[in-house]
Structure formats: structure tokens, C-alpha cells
Design a protein around this ligand. Sequence first.
Ligand code: GLN
Length: 624
Amino acid sequence: MDAQVTRPTSANSQTRNAGYATQPPLQRFLASCHEEFKADDSGNVADYIPELKRADPSHFGIALVTIDGHIYEVGDSAVPFTIQSVSKAFVFALALEMVGEERVAATIGVEPSGEAFNSIRLTSDNRPFNPMVNAGAIACSGLIHEVDGADAFERIREKLSQFAGRQLGVDDAVHQSEVITGNRNRAIAWLLRNYSVIQGDVDAVLDTYFRQCAVLVTARDLAVMAATLANRGINPVTGVQVIAPNVVARTLSVMTSSGMYDYAGEWVYRVGMPAKSGVGGGIVAALPSQIGLGTFSPRLDSHGNSARGLKVCEALSSRFDLHMLNRSADVRTCVIADYDLFGISSRRSRQPHEQQILDEHHSDIRVIELVGALNFAAIDYVTRRLAGEPPNAPLLVLDFRRVPDLTSAGAQLLGENLTILGNAGVTAILTGIEATSAVWLAIRARTGEPHRLRRFALLDEAIEWAEDQIVYRYGGFTVSKETSHLGEQALLAELTPDEIAALADLSTARRYEAGQRIISAGEPANSLFFLQNGMVSVKLPSGVRLASLGPGMEFGEMAIIEQRRSADVWADTQVKCLELPLDSFADYRQLHPQIAMKIMRNLSALLARRLILANAKVDLLSAY
Ligand code: GLN
């Protein structure tokens, strides 16, 4: 996947954004934040790790990544620095993935400590307070070390790289510097060893931790990492599922309660985004389902959080109202259309007696088109709608083509509802989802009446299948017999028997096997066909079906007004038809002008009917 980048200073992005008369508003906002806060030189560069003193205090970068993978960048967003404590959030996620929820919970708490990141205090049962302070993070590295031993760091580096969407390296000088001076962390680690929170080689665990803190990232990397958390674990730039959604929720929880150390409460209150900071000057902030933010500025405030980074987060949150608890939604918007088959149909053309059955029983098929990510509340609304008016139709089509996601609570409610409906004789037909999709598998697993549950990839296929059930139920299925004469063709209405006979003489009998292509889109259109036996489908080259036709219907008739075939026609079964060359229309010695006139008139009537049908659909859908 190619990430879109908005970065006014790079020549490359200027060409990409040539279409913008002005920069997108968010880019301008970030640029104005950068301009405003770069004047702030409060705070100090961390110096307790000697090598960190070398950081340039003027560096200031901001990057923001949307969950569709667009990257906004301002300032020093490509300058590398050490990740430090920002790694804690991602390594916690890795530990959860590797050893599981229970093991992690037995080792590390999730309560805010209210203390500084390097506090040596443990809980009353001698565990670290949470994985976002040093004690908890060292314990996390210990859990990973228990599984991977000497490969633990490589495993961590690989995971952080997946979050960032590129291979990350290590600043060896910073690593060495912390190895030499990190006695406080050494004390914490030995205390943890004393309480068996760390089992095994303390020095090796510490080295893993120090190395993970020295991984080099940029503000842009942090923004991609945050956006991966905001996007339920899928890196929006690479498309890779880096971590499971339930791990993401747990990680964001501890970031919310403890990510900013002893500033955490204030942070949630004011900014309201899960975040994590590091003494290297980085901050990540993730707003679920919306954005990931990464900032870099090495001057730290008294809590050890980047002073300018904090300001950027606060400004962004207040300017765009991004507090995670400030949300609103209207569940009713999840239904964009709810209709029966009055005046509409699948693209299968029906014999007149079949159409009559369908017209009479149009309310036996109900179609509900859903939209958006569906959660518990949205599905609850759908179930209440199904329980209300009109009463249940025996065939219920639920269209999921615009539904990217369904929560498991939503799947649970829907499954229960479909089971109840199934017991009451309703067949539910789900459309717009593939057999392998998570949404389909979740619903199917929770529906007790599998034979009352069907799935089609396309809404049109589902409606056709439902129509077939209705036609069948009311005895309308007849074995399609050969049309005895051309007089039954709609296009040839009003022709006298002599005229029909003349036409038959000019035509050639054709036979096709099932699966054979009869007409190809793009070819010159120089004949039309009268279908006598079997079924054909008119499809666009993309595979989208425009119509299915049976005996007594014509195809290729648009040749009369178009020079080229606009669609493919395939034989669905064995097919017998008559092909009439168009030349005969131009030559009065072959086809009398009066016959041609009648055919043209019939064609106009056919086209008018199609237009009326199309208008009815437009009208129906615009009502929602
Ligand atoms: N490596 C640093 C330490 O353990 C990380 C601390 C931080 O970023 N807050 O002291």
C-alpha cells in the first residue's frame, strides 16, 4: 500500500498535492501548532542517561496518521531519536500476545501508581503497579525473555518494526550509556527478582529492556504506531494486522490510566486520548478509529513528558473536540434502506406468469440495507425494527455490503434474533459478505437454525434466490419449453404471421453450450438474437450481471441503436436461439420498412419500461 503523505516541505509531496488549491485544514492546523509551540523553550533535555544530553533541544516534529493511512507531517518528523518509555505500551501488547492475559495479570498490575516513571515502589502484593512505569516494563521484558531467551530483544525489535511499518534500528551509544548508568533500573530489577516477578537472568532481562528503550524512531514512526493501535491493530500504512484487537483494547486502557506517569489523571481529563511518553522526547497518542499522533521534542517537563508534545496534543484535542469520551452516534443511521419488492426486482427477467406471482407477493421479501461498523447498540436497533411493523416477511434479506465490521456483541444479538426468526419460519439471507469473512463466520456461529440462514456475495443474487422461493412456493415454476414461434417475442409484438415468417427466413438458428460466450463486449454489433430455449445472462466484463433472460426474450437488441456491444452475453444453460443480421434492416429487399418500423416501436416501448423500472429504484433509494 502506498501511503499518502502531506508534507509541505518536501518536493515530492508538493507534486502529489498539486490538486490542492490550499493545504488540507489539518495540515495547516499542525503547521500552526508547530509555529506557535516552537517558541516554547520550557523544560530540559533528559540528562540522567548521559548520552541523551546530546539531543538538540530545538528539534520539534509532529506527525499524524489517519486510519486510512494518510500521513501528515510538520517540522523534524523524520529526525530519529530513542523511543525510551514509549516502547512500554507496545512491548506490553507483545507480552499479552506471547504469554496471554492471565500470565501478564499475575505478574503486573494495571493500577495507576501516581508516581514518577522510575518509582521503585511496588504494590502491597509486590508486583509492579502497571506496565507503563519502569518496574512494570522491566517485568514485561522479563516475560518475553522467559519465552525467547537471548532472542527476546530481536522479537521486540521485530514487533516494534511492524507497528512502525519499517525496520527499526538501535542507538548503540544510548544503549551503552544506560547500561553504564542505569543503577536505579538495576535496583528495580533485582527487587523484582527478589519477589520472583522476574525469573531467570536479571542482567539479560535488563539488557533487553535497555536495548528496547534505545530503539530509534521518528515522530512519523510513532504516528504510524499509534494509528495501528487506533485501527484495531492493523497498520493502516502497510495493511498488516500487527496485533489482535483485544490486546489493543487492553494496551489502550493502561495507556489511558498510566501512560503519562503522575500526569495521567490530568491528561485524561484535559486531552482524553490514550497516550505514552518517553524521556527521549517522544509522545504517542491514539484516538481509536480516528487518528494516531506522534510528536518529538526533547525538552521535558517536571513529569518527564515532552513539553511541546503535550501542548500539541492538548491543542489538537481541544480544537477538534477529540476527547475520547465526547462521542455521539445515532444508531438509526445504520439502516439506509428497508423495503419489500414492490416495483423492484432482481436483474433476472421473469416470464409473465412468474412476474404476476412476484407482483402479488412482493411483501414476502423484505430487504434491509445496513451501513457502517455495527456495534451492540446498532444491532439492538435492527432487532427492534424487525420486531416492529411490518410483520415478518418469510424471506429477510440483510445487506452487509457497506458494513466493514460487526462487534462480537452485535453478532451475538443478531445471531439470537435470527434464531428466533428461523424458528418462526423466516429465512434470513445475508448478502455482501464473503464466505470467509469474519462478519459472516461470527453470525453463522451464533445462529441456531443454520438451514434458515443463507449467504450470497451480491444483493442481486440474493433477491433472485428469494424471488425463486416465492415463485416456487406459489407453483409458478414451469419447465421452460421451447418457444414455438417468434410471435411470442415482445420485440415482435404486432407483427403479422407473414411478417414473422419473413423474419424467420432471414434468421439463422444457433445453439450454445452452458458456459459459452455468445456476445462479447466491444465487438461490432451487427445482429440481434431471439432466445427460444434456455437461459442467458447479460454481464459487464467486470462480471456484474445486468440481466438474466429466458425463452421468448431477445438480447443484443441494443445493436439496433448502438454500433458496438456494450456487454457480454453468456449461455447459462444449453441455449437455442435465432440470430437476425442487422443488414436486413437497412435493405428493404430483405426486410420490409413496415416490419422494421414495428420492431423499432416495440424496442422504444421496451426501453421505456426499463427506464420506468430504473426510475422506480432511484426513487425508492432516494427515500432513505
Ligand atoms: N530508558 C529509560 C529508563 O528506564 C526510559 C524512561 C522513560 O522514557 N520515561 O529510565
